[in-house]
Design a binder for this molecule. Sequence first.
Ligand code: BTN
Length: 253
Amino acid sequence: MRPRVAIERWRLCLQRAIDSCPGPLRRVVVLEQTDSTQDAARRLDTEIGDVIVAVRQTAGRGRFGRAWADTGREGVAATFVVPRDRPERLAIAAAVGACQSVLAACRQRVEIGIKWPNDIVCAHGKIGGVLVEQYDDRALVGIGINVRQTSWPEDLAGKAASLAQVGARAGRMRVLVMLLQDMQRTLCMGDESLVMRFSAREVLTGTRAKFRSARRIVEGSVVRVDPMKGLAVLTDSEGEVWLPAATTTVIKE
Ligand code: BTN
């Protein structure tokens, strides 16, 4: 692994990363410690095109009000301030960007995939997650990636995993550089390119899962996932049913 980049140099290195790659991101703000980069992006005087990176995030938020564990000095936490858009599109751009960046950052081959809608997973558990929140004219696209953690709080044991735990020797700065550059690209990709990249890494298809969709529970084998539209699921009782992406959540897989 390369020598660690001193924290004072993070901003410069990350600013160079976005400047070297055309895209909508303009300015990097590095915070030594913050509760949540999503909240910091709202509190600070941020603009569209800003990226907020925390060296340590202590009280991150996940989807459905869940907590995202303290990153310590081991995880990556970043929020991208971008123009308001369809949430599915932003979530796909982020999941594809996060997945590609992890693959590019690791020198070893790592088996990772995207579990619909936007979890980055490996055989050991969840490596990264995406949270999209919108207000006024802007969207805050938050990405968390577990890089060097070797132990987890009790409630996450067996569910969360880090790159270090799958044998990948990547440092946080390398993951962040790749993430910012990949997000420069995915944020301006057309829907078709995004769906193609998403589908190449999507791992829910072919598995059995349970969903909550428009106030009912549906269980069955996932036949097809279109991340912009929805899922086809083969159930025992009703045959194949279509679940719209916007109103469906996975409750068990
Ligand atoms: C999920 O899987 O439920 C989404 C997790 C998103 C976590 C990231 S870490 C950076 C950003 N700041 C937060 O508070 N949450 C997101």
